[in-house]
Design a protein around this ligand. Sequence first.
Ligand code: SF4
Ligand code: SF4
Length: 351
Amino acid sequence: MKKIKKQNAARLLEKWQKEFTVFVPSKASGVAQMAVWDGQDLAFLEHNRNTVIPPKANFLPSIQKMFGFRKEEGGYVLEPTDEDPPKQLLFGIHPCDARAIAIIDMVFKDAYEDRYYLSRRQNTVLVGMACTSPYDNCFCTSLGFGPADATDVDIMLTDIGDSFLIEEITDKGKEVLAGAKDVMAATPADEKKARAVKESAKARVSTKIDTDEIGKRLPLVFDDRKFWEEISAKCVSCGICTFLCPTCYCFDINDEMLRDGSGARYRNWDCCSFAVYTKMPTENPREDKWRRVRQKVYHKYAFYPELFGIIGCTGCGRCIRQCPVNWDITQTLNSLPAGTPTKKQETQKSS
Ligand code: SF4
Ligand code: SF4
């Protein structure tokens, strides 16, 4: 393993800036999110907490131009855009958000190849930072990983005091560290310190949910309208929980056209909490709020495991922290009854 003194971290970032657009956690815009490093501010090296806007925005922007078009004699001519975005390096991404990107990959890379997403994803290096101050409502350890899990990053850093311990996880990670002058070999004492930091962070994740057989326990309440009405009573359908969820990826598509016939197609984040989300000319299967809340929970905890073999939630806690009425997904999950579903319950799908 390797390490770098914190006082030299800026030089490593400057080296990376020559090849990549370097993003770091930043509050400069008033809300914590990944933002292009200004080459000066290093507050993020000490303030090691999750951003409010998740890094999914670096791959699936909240509004994205897909292509332009213009009307000509004989039809419309398309003007492709953003085919080859610049290489980006995300510094300080937390393990839960890196896991979220791996989860979204299953939709945009494996199930369907979304070139807008993939062009960014393939041009990105993820430099993770082990999370040392989880929030009270983080529950990542219930989802099979933890605040220092390095599975989904290219390089993992752990704060060990005056230095960061560096783990090179992927070939891409090794490549970007090659030739970095300030990076040196870690000592056994450094590695011991990092292990202690990681263990302590893990022990501080105090919120727990029982995920055992959750995909089987959810069908027990699928038809229980009273259960879902109570669960969803205080939700005001504002959509914050899904916009800020690092694994939510739904988008809507709109065309904007000027009177001269030129225009562009955009896609923007959409949200299953909105009553119009499933509105169709003849019906709306999720006009009732309780159905929409049920869908949100089911998508992450029943449908995602069924489709991809993994729960589509990372336990990042954003949907709890940012909800204006303190709706808490862990309370819903922890209030599921124990038991075995009937055949009919097992095969039910969302409506
Ligand atoms: S953030 Fe809270 S109030 Fe808003 S849609 Fe989500 S659960 Fe409902
Ligand atoms: S559902 Fe909530 S806790 Fe789970 S990944 Fe989304 S925002 Fe985080």
